[in-house]
Write a protein that binds this ligand. Structure first.
Ligand code: ATP
Ligand code: MG
Length: 564
């Protein structure tokens, strides 16, 4: 892995940084980046890309990365989100150390700068309403018009701004605007708003403020205060770069950071907008931000994805300036690659069919050694109990086998993984003709899965001992949306929710070793998929397992080929 990383060509950000370092453009030769989430929701997989870029560059070039909570919109922000953001970044293995900042730390400074701008005639208090402001702003093809308040005397601006701060005016009555250029070809430079009135209790500053600074004013100045050298954001901020440069060149601001944009991560079958994710949470389409179907970091963690696989994924996607949509299958590929190497193999029967081994002694238990992970040369093993009554998967038996079916059918011999060879002899049915159990005989000489005469069987089934197995709940998760681009065909992404995104198996049977599994362990239920213990709902007396993802299923392919 390490060597792979080293060998890939530099991405455009690395090139810029190396060039800046080489040419002495970085103060103290120390790269300083920041990850600036707005605490108005949980982080999603898209944010992983931004986290890996910002923390990753700082790591690679021996610099540092700040965590800055961009908390300038008190109405939408909550402490719960801040806590989750920190937990998620740590889970990914990154550490901001002592560099934890809040945009709200700079409110006093920002206010000071705003007053200074007013005094210098570079900002004014405007009484246009939001709609009027929009009208005056012009369009991409037409220049804007000056507000009638643009030439308000400095003294009056100072008084009004002070009174705005004191809470003398209702929301929307006044804004503070920068006096730049209403005819600028860049709309973001047409006298952008710097402050608005908002009566809301802020999670950190409480009721101290009722005016809050705007993003385009706050962000660049926060970057400058913190000594950020490379301010990396997503492409939608490209048009804001001139406003960024305007703010960082205000007199008295000593450090000049630079903004660079990269393409955000989009994945098909997924939505990555906090607003839409919040909607799904609020309206109970999912059980919460950490529902294992959510594309949030807390969701994929609960689903059983490893941080290493997510980092590998964003690494493979790479850093570019062109928007694209990444295939969900690539993400699952990365998850499987990693889990294959680390997941403990267990046998679980999700759709049980009872098999009675008639020639096996009743009440006897034998224990077999099962390797934890054949992909790991240091793998340990655990014991698995065998007895007369076992469960196999229903699909591992066919009364009337089709051509190409090598699993259990009457007269056919198969291998039970880790245990004996068995041959089916007859079936028992209920009054409606449903098979309730299969009778079989075993070959006592085939213990451990090989016979003296070396005869071969084509099928191997996993199984559990009926009296020893753990009865548990298994949640079979699938994609939350069934369309590649949710909402594309009807305009409403809710129409594309996958009704089968969660199928609950109330009673699955898992070998008794599963009792030792805990949240955070990576498991593979042989032939069924990768699983984990649900971190929220699992209890010792009622264990709950989540399907992380399926294995590649050769039988599904074969079935499709046979047209079954
Ligand atoms: P959303 O659009 O999902 O609400 P956001 O951009 O509003 O996300 P922020 O909290 O402002 O979320 O984002 C923090 C950082 O993460 C920003 O620098 C932003 O550019 C980056 N980011 C957000 N979404 C993605 C994404 N899909 N891919 C890469 N980076 C992203
Ligand atoms: Mg945002």
């Amino acid at each position: 892995m390490e060597t792979e990383k080293e060998e890939r060509p530099l991405n455009f950000l690395e090139k810029i940084i190396e060039d800046d370092l080489k040419n002495g453009r970085v103060p103290n030769n120390e790269i300083v980046t920041r990850f600036p989430p707005e605490p108005n929701g949980y982080l999603h997989i898209g944010h992983i890309k931004s986290i890996c870029i910002n923390f990753g560059l700082a790591e690679k070039y021996g610099g540092r990365c700040h965590l800055r909570l961009d908390d300038t919109n008190p109405a939408k922000e909550e402490t719960e989100y801040i806590d989750s953001i920190k937990e998620d970044i740590k889970w990914l293995g990154f550490d901001w150390g002592k560099y934890e900042y809040y945009a709200s730390d700079y409110y006093d400074k920002l206010y000071e700068i705003a007053v200074r701008l007013i005094k210098e005639g570079q900002a004014y208090v405007d009484s246009l309403s939001a709609e009027e402001m929009k009208e005056y702003r012009g369009t991409l093809t037409e220049p804007g018009k000056n507000s009638p308040d643009r030439d308000r005397p400095i003294e009056e601006n100072l008084r009004l701004f002070e009174e705005m701060k004191e809470g003398k005016y209702p929301e929307g009555s006044y804004t503070l605007r920068a006096k730049i250029d209403m005819a600028s070809p860049n709309i973001n430079l047409r006298d952008p708003a710097l402050y608005r009135i908002k009566y809301a209790t802020h999670p950190r500053t409480g009721d101290k403020w009722c005016i809050y600074p705007m993003y385009d004013f706050t962000h660049p100045i926060s970057d400058a205060i913190e000594g950020i050298t490379h301010s990396i954001c997503t492409l939608e901020f490209e048009d804001h770069r001139p406003a960024y440069d305007w703010a960082t060149s205000i007199d008295g601001i000593e450090h000049t950071p630079h903004q660079y944009e990269f393409a955000r991560l989009n994945i098909n079958y997924m939505l990555m907008s906090k607003r839409k994710l919040l909607y799904l949470v609020r309206n109970n389409f999912v059980s919460g931000w950490d529902d294992p179907r959510m594309p949030t970091i807390s969701g994929v963690r609960r689903r059983g994805y490893s941080p290493e696989s997510m980092k590998d994924f964003v690494n493979r996607v790479g850093v570019a300036k062109v928007e694209g949509v990444v295939d969900y299958a690539l993400m699952e590929f990365c998850v499987r690659e990693d889990l294959n190497k680390r997941a403990k193999r267990l046998m679980a029967v999700l759709d049980p069919l009872l098999v009675v081994i008639d020639n096996y002694e009743d009440g006897k238990t034998e224990y077999f050694d099962a390797e934890d992970n054949p992909e790991d040369e240091n793998s340990k093993s655990h014991k698995v109990a065998f007895s007369k009554h076992i469960y196999i998967e229903k699909e591992d038996f066919m009364e009337n086998p089709v051509k190409g079916y090598h699993r259990l059918y009457i007269g056919n011999e198969i291998r039970l993984k880790h245990a004996y060879y068995i041959t089916a002899t007859s079936v028992e049915k209920d009054g409606e003709g449903n098979i309730i159990c299969v009778h079989a005989t075993y070959d006592p000489e085939s213990r451990g899965g090989t016979t003296k005469d070396g005869r071969k069987v084509k099928g191997t089934s996993h199984w559990v001992s009926k009296d020893h197995a753990l009865e548990a709940e298994v949640r079979q998760y699938d994609k939350l949306f069934k369309a590649e681009v949710p909402g594309l065909s009807t305009g409403n992404y809710l129409d594309d929710l996958n009704p089968d995104s969660l199928v609950v198996i109330e009673k699955a049977y898992i070998e008794e070793e599963a009792r030792n599994a805990k949240a955070g362990d990576y498991l593979q239920f042989i032939r069924n998929g990768y699983y984990c213990v649900d971190s929220k709902d699992s209890r010792p007396e009622h264990m709950v397992f989540n399907r992380t993802c399926t294995l590649k299923d050769s039988w599904a392919k074969q079935k499709a080929k046979l047209g079954l």
